[in-house]
Design a binder for this molecule. Structure first.
Ligand code: PMP
Length: 460
């Protein structure tokens, strides 16, 4: 079969057999898919030989570039020993070594590592542990959680229960457990109608009011530290995260920090909690943990939580939770190599230096007539497009303006994925200055083409 025939067959079979995540299939099957065949560094190559800059780090996971020698070698070496054995009733070497490493790197007080295999499950584990922590201590009344509007913690039903993104979560509301919700610290569209200059973090005050009344029903407060990522890269105002932490502690509650998106250097610190010296009771990690190679997640917790689960067998204080691939040796080996590489290559330094370029660009792009807000931290950013800058009127969802910009950028060799009207910037953390500038130039021009010159992507 010639290459063109093979490619056409692959495109047809994708349309025929697959169901893509977060995708309206009617729309998807009306367009030719980009099918990736190979990758190198920050670039992906499709089946026609076109190379693209991976501007979303393959959905926020690939921080060190593709086909990293260190990670490839670590996985191959582990393959020659054992690919998988279970942590239920057995232990394995890479999961032990990784556990030690994670404890040494994470914020103070986190001393235990529980593995699972994706971001959602890392949150499910934290929710269930937090609830059972209180039950094991004899307090059965803490049957709810406090979370934020605009939160996103994954797609399993527990994680959806503590989520707050209307279009993703509302359908499932009848299936979810009850939560309390505090305002999102989304300064551009402040729920309280205030401005960052004079609000004095009134959204924290609102959170305090909820806790004043309901703290005794709450098992834990759940938050994405520093950035509500999936809601459109909502960066917290200075002091918000620290203030939230202090409130949680004042009420004697547990704090679940979901660093699935922001962990491992994305914000310029290894963990986002470090920016405001926050020491959570649970730290949820996944995505970049393996450098974007293999699915793995970890939920870290404290001695205090861990010891509440100790007891005689018949006391049933055990945490009855676990997944088939928990502590997978291949994934743990990839994670160990990832952590070594972050350190050896000074990746955090690269993030900070390139972040200065990104932050400057974000300032400048605000001048465009359809950019309402542009915000970021480290090497994660969002550019929020609006129909009317004066009134902040959003483009209607059906217009898919974020996608239009991404389709335009794709023609120039840059792969992006938007969040609604927000163009997301999430390059690999090892991106060079030149690559970053090229990426930002393409995004700038694509926004202009779509919002000012009426460019639209048609169907094939
Ligand atoms: N928490 C946060 C903060 C996330 O951004 C995501 C995924 N984008 C998740 C949890 C869920 O992770 P996963 O897709 O691996 O289940």
């Amino acid at each position: 079969m010639d290459i063109l025939a093979r490619n056409r067959a692959l495109e047809e079979k994708d349309h025929l057999y697959l169901w893509h995540p977060f995708t309206q299939q009617k729309d998807w099957t009306a367009r030719r898919p980009v099918i990736i065949e190979e990758a190198r560094g920050c670039y992906l190559r499709d089946i026609y030989g076109r190379w693209y800059l991976d501007g979303v780090s393959s959905l926020w996971v690939n921080i060190l570039g593709h086909r990293r020698r260190e990670i490839d070698d670590a996985i191959r070496a582990q393959l020659d020993r054992v690919a998988h054995s279970t942590l239920l009733g057995l232990a394995n070497i890479p999961s032990i070594e990784l556990g030690e490493r994670l404890v040494s790197l994470s914020p103070e007080g986190l001393t235990r590592v529980f593995y699972s295999d994706n971001g959602s499950t890392s949150v499910e584990v934290a929710l269930k542990m937090a609830y059972q922590y209180w039950v094991n201590r004899g307090d059965r009344g803490r049957t709810t959680f406090l979370c934020l509007n605009n939160a996103y913690h994954g797609d399993t039903l527990g994680a959806v229960s503590v989520g707050g993104i209307e279009i993703f979560h509302e359908t499932f509301r009848p299936l979810l457990f009850r939560t309390y919700r505090a305002p999102s610290p989304y300064c551009y569209r402040c729920e309280l109608g205030l401005t960052p200059e004079d609000c004095e973090l009134a959204c924290l005050h609102a959170l305090d009011e909820i806790l004043k009344e309901h703290a005794e029903e709450v098992a834990a407060v759940v938050v994405e530290p520093m950035v509500q990522a999936a809601a459109g890269m909502i960066v917290f105002p200075k002091g918000y995260m620290r203030g939230l932490y202090e409130l949680v502690k004042r009420y004697g509650l547990l704090l679940i920090a979901d660093e699935v998106a922001v962990g491992f250097g994305r914000t310029g610190r290894l963990f986002a909690c470090e920016h405001e010296d926050v020491r959570p009771d649970f730290l949820c990690l996944s995505k970049a943990l393996t450098g974007g190679y293999l699915p793995l997640a970890a939920t870290l917790t404290t001695d205090e939580v861990y010891s509440a689960f100790l007891g005689e067998i018949e006391e049933l204080k055990t945490f009855f939770h676990g997944h088939s691939y928990t502590g997978n040796p291949l994934a743990c080996a990839a994670a160990l190599a990832t952590l070594r590489t972050i350190e050896r290559e000074g990746v955090l330094q690269n993030v900070r230096e390139n972040s200065a370029v990104l932050m400057q660009w974000l300032q400048e792009i605000q001048a465009l007539p359809h950019v309402g807000d542009a915000r970021g931290i480290g090497l994660m950013a969002g550019v929020e497009l609006v129909r009317d800058k004066e009134t902040k009127e959003p483009y209607p969802y059906g217009e898919q303006m974020g996608y239009q910009v991404c389709y335009r950028a794709r023609q120039e060799g840059l792969l992006l994925r938007p969040l609604g009207n927000v163009v997301v910037i999430m390059p690999p953390l090892v991106i060079t200055r030149e690559e970053l500038i090229r990426m930002l130039d393409i995004i700038h021009d694509s926004i202009v083409d779509v919002t000012e010159k009426g460019w639209r992507y048609g169907y094939d």
